[in-house]
Write a protein that binds this ligand. Structure first.
Ligand SMILES: Nc1ncnc2c1ncn2[C@@H]1O[C@H](COP(=O)(O)OP(=O)(O)OP(=O)(O)O)[C@@H](O)[C@H]1O
Length: 242
């Protein structure tokens, strides 16, 4: 069993962002998380990764209780994530971004030129997988937005997560690069990593995911294979308000 949540709830003032969400991911699969704007997907990610604390409920990963653990401890447990608006260090080089990602290299050592050659080799391996190895000396801010997203994913992979949460990987990315991201995710999944992907691009969700969970008003209302979910009247109603 991979990730499971029980009755997660979080409100901001009067807004119930996540409302008793009990979710169980398919282990070893590409899981999609979809739902209308404001249905609580990002808040759910933020709770799972320890960035915000739930008001109630539990987060269980491999039968360990990770509820209210710090983001660092969640990462250490094997869960990695990317962000809706990609988070990288714009003034560091691509390679430096990779090395700070693992925390084993402290920024001070990095800037002093002290690099662990094993880590550098691993960083280059992931940059090659993303097809951006030729950019290792470029400043991250000079990369295209799509390349920055690939860098962010590469940096997440430096921690060797078993479960990867992707928050809108296709957002702001051109169609050719979306295809590349889909292939990468499939390959990474075939190597044994489980994925949970929040995405508004339905072609990507339907073409890439094995299992889709649909949120509405802070909790799952339907789940199943993409083809079935797409036809589900509850899902159409949530999206279209019909
Ligand atoms: N920090 C916050 N303070 C106040 N309200 C918040 C905060 N974060 C989220 N919300 C509210 O909680 C609800 C759920 O937001 P959330 O971003 O989790 O939804 P989402 O499904 O990820 O939306 P989108 O698809 O637009 O990214 C929304 O009504 C949002 O306005």
């Amino acid at each position: 069993m991979s990730l499971r949540t029980e009755g997660l709830t979080k409100s901001f003032g009067g807004v119930l962002a996540v409302n008793g969400a009990s979710v169980e991911l398919r282990d070893g699969k590409i899981n999609g998380l979809i739902g209308p704007n404001g249905s609580g997907k990002t808040t759910f990610f933020n709770i799972v990764t320890g960035m915000i604390k739930p008001d109630s409920g539990r987060v269980l990963y491999r039968d360990r209780d990770l509820t209210r653990h710090s983001p660092h401890r969640v990462a250490h447990a094997g869960i990695g994530r990317t962000f809706q608006l990609c988070r990288i260090f714009p003034r560091l080089s691509v390679l430096e971004n990779m090395l700070v990602a693992v925390r084993r290299t402290r920024l001070r050592e990095l800037l002093a030129g002290l690099r662990d050659t094993g880590e550098v080799e691993r960083a280059r391996h992931w940059l090659r997988r993303m097809g951006i190895e030729h950019l290792e000396d470029a400043e991250a801010r000079d990369l295209s937005y799509g390349q920055q997203k690939l860098l962010e994913l590469a940096a997440v992979l430096m921690a060797e997560p078993d479960l990867v949460l992707l928050d809108e990987p296709a957002g702001g990315v051109n169609p050719a690069l979306i295809d590349r991201i889909i292939h990468l995710v499939r390959d990474l999944n075939a190597e044994g990593r489980t994925f949970l992907v929040v995405e508004h691009n339905m072609d990507m969700v339907m073409g890439m995911c094995d299992h889709v969970i649909v949120f509405d008003r802070g909790a799952p209302i339907a789940e199943g294979p993409p083809g079935l979910v797409r036809e589900d009247p509850r899902v159409l109603e949530a999206y279209l308000g019909v």
